[in-house]
Write a protein that binds this ligand. Structure first.
Ligand code: HEM
Length: 162
């Protein structure tokens, strides 16, 4: 496998495969709270870019649910990080934020959707990735729908599986 590009050293704690440790907890205004399982893949091919894939599954019937994939870039010589994301729901997004130690706090920088996306439309997405001292990775996602407040959508912890 390719040697890690030095530009990625500050993000090397993300690399590998992560499995939700216990089911993730989801909430959305129009439905009861739900649980899901999720696998995250972060890899590289020697470029100063991380490739990622996040695949979520229904906890009981294992059916595929939300999926997203994309690329992570880090500002040369800085601590600004960008996620370039395509989601199976028809959203594409750039999220940006600062890296502080082993925590990344991201906010929507650009967002586009299909012409036939259902309403209400999401306007802002924020998420935090954090590598905890116990070696688990934690992700919290919040979003604001058109005219609404920022509300938590997801909270999940992962353990490293490879
Ligand atoms: C609903 C965004 C990840 C499960 C929604 C909605 C949005 C949204 C905008 C509103 C309704 C719609 O447009 O379909 C996102 C974003 C995610 C994400 C930006 C990633 C950061 C996930 C994940 C799951 C999930 C990982 C896990 C299974 C659901 C469910 C609903 C929903 C069950 C409500 C049912 C529905 O209307 O489809 N999400 N979501 N989402 N999301 Fe997510």
């Amino acid at each position: 496998s390719a040697e890690l590009n030095p530009a990625l050293l500050a993000l090397d704690w993300l690399l590998g495969v992560w499995e939700s440790d216990e089911p993730g907890e989801g909430s959305f205004s129009s439905i009861p709270p739900f649980r899901y399982n999720e696998t995250l893949h972060f890899s590289h091919v020697g470029q100063p870019v991380i490739n990622f894939m996040f695949n979520a599954f229904h906890t009981e019937n294992k059916k595929p649910m939300h999926r997203e994939c994309g690329f992570i870039r880090i500002q040369p010589g800085g601590n600004r990080v960008a996620f370039i994301i395509a989601q199976n729901s028809g959203l594409v997004e750039i999220e940006e934020g600062d890296l502080t130690g082993q925590q990344l706090t991201l906010h929507t920088h650009a967002l586009a959707r299909t012409s036939f996306a259902k309403e209400p439309h999401v306007q802002q997405i924020s998420r935090v990735f954090q590598l905890r001292p116990d070696g688990k990775l934690e992700q919290t996602v919040s979003m604001a729908m058109e005219g609404g407040p920022l509300m938590q959508h997801l909270h999940v912890t992962y353990r490293r599986s490879s």
